[in-house]
Design a protein around this ligand. Sequence first.
Ligand code: CP
Length: 308
Amino acid sequence: MKRISTRHLIGIKNITEADIQLIFETADNFKEVINRPIKKVPSLRDITVANLFFESSTRTRVSFELAEKRLSADTVNFSASSSSVSKGETLLDTVNNILAMKVDMVVMRHPAPGACVYLAGRIPANIINAGDGTHEHPTQALLDAFSIREKLGDVAGKKVAIIGDILHSRVALSNVFCLLKLGAKVRVCGPPTLIPKYYAELGVEVSYDVQETLRWCDVANVLRIQMERQDIRFFPSLREYHQYFGITREMLDRLDREIVVMHPGPINRGVELTSDVADSKQSIILTQVENGVAIRMAVLYLLAAQRG
Ligand code: CP
């Protein structure tokens, strides 16, 4: 059996192209499994996974829980708002108390960038980053690239534009690392105030012109404006953002070919894209969500194999 090169999945930056291809091959098999009438395999029946969510989530949380159940793992779910974190308990104490109950793997979403790295050096369980602040969201990038591969046959050589609030997006950073490792050409596009200067040094193109970017790309991965992470104004109003950077049906109709539209969710309809784009046949937004379960099954399975 081929093995992944890491014990934790903290970010895409620290894994290899071979790891990504192995995750995809494993996810191909699990996608076939979850489309069978009996969607369950016994692969992780001796493993207990704790899902620790210190920040809100719909897709990632449900997807990980389903992936664990499909693999026959025991699962325990934790959300910060109803826990003793609200009484002042530290992250490390909280996690060590949960691990004392014989938990093998931890899936964690946390608002602090680096929270998973911090834990990885201090606890014996495998850790999967389910999104740490504005840093990385590795399983989202994996399912995004897997969905591009499924739709277009390959990721290598494809032109992928990531459009929107790049500054506050962990999805953008993980996507850039993943797509570049797989040989895609990557461009980020949005208002100058929402594109950090260091992106130019990552090996991606930077553009502030959405219509020209749509003409350039094969795939447009559209990101939402993360108002909850903005303590100052980066643009005058959501209405103005939509006017200059929102993707509309008319903009897609002006192109001479059909591009693929993606979005990691949650969507702010009428801001970064309109409903007739989100719900169009060019959109693979719900396929991304479907693929999230197979990708997360693959990651859990491959990391569990590292337990020896
Ligand atoms: N894409 C994503 O991370 O969605 P959730 O915040 O709902 O998990």
